[in-house]
Write a protein that binds this ligand. Structure first.
Ligand code: SAM
Length: 177
């Protein structure tokens, strides 16, 4: 059986976030949450005012199981601090009235064009000085799509090792234009 830390990351992720943003996080969004493991880790390690977790949670294959696990894992915080938003990332990006996300965690579909779409939609909704994290950069599509998005922008995505195995991520702090 795989251990949870092998699925996601260990304290390196939290240390990195803390070094950029401190311990108090205002509004956070997670694109692709599945069972809520990252959300759970974040809530255990930071003071978070509001965390929105987006996922399509596909109905046919595993909606019941995934949603049940998400609700169980986040029982302590659900509907108080953390809120599930079921549906496409692109649809939620268009309707949510917030442009002030302190931390944006991109971990939805890992195909290149979808990673680019998520960055195009959620980058403008992240505040200046906010942090965007793109997970699973060990996957070729993710590894290539993220730098592509930042060509011509002042920010440079930085790779970091966010886990004990091969799980790597990018981080980018949003600068003023
Ligand atoms: C790698 S898993 C997320 C894992 C989670 N972030 C964690 O660390 O525990 C990717 C999730 O993204 C969701 N997803 C894929 N494409 C999506 C889209 N277009 N909009 C919303 N969610 C999507 C999938 O249903 C899946 O649950």
């Amino acid at each position: 059986m795989r251990r949870q830390k092998d699925l996601i990351h260990d304290n390196r992720m939290w240390d990195m976030i803390r070094s950029k943003l401190g311990n108090e996080l205002d509004r956070v969004v997670e694109i692709g949450t599945r069972h809520g493991h990252w959300a759970m880790g974040l809530l255990k390690n930071f003071n978070v005012r509001q965390l929105l977790c987006v996922d399509i949670w596909p109905r046919r294959r595993r909606f019941g199981r995934d949603a049940t696990m998400w609700l169980q894992n986040l029982e302590e915080w659900r509907f108080k601090t953390v809120f599930p938003l079921r549906g496409m990332s692109s649809e939620w990006a268009r309707v949510l009235p917030y442009n002030d996300f302190h931390l944006t965690f991109v971990d939805g579909c890992h195909r290149g064009h979808m990673v680019l779409e998520d960055l195009e939609l959620w980058w403008p909704k992240t505040r200046i000085g906010g942090l965007v994290l793109c997970h699973d950069a060990h996957e070729v599509d993710v590894r290539e799509a993220v730098p592509k998005f930042f060509v011509g922008r002042p920010e440079t995505p930085v790779l970091f090792n966010s886990g004990p195995t091969k799980v790597k991520s990018y981080w980018v702090i949003k600068e003023a234009d």
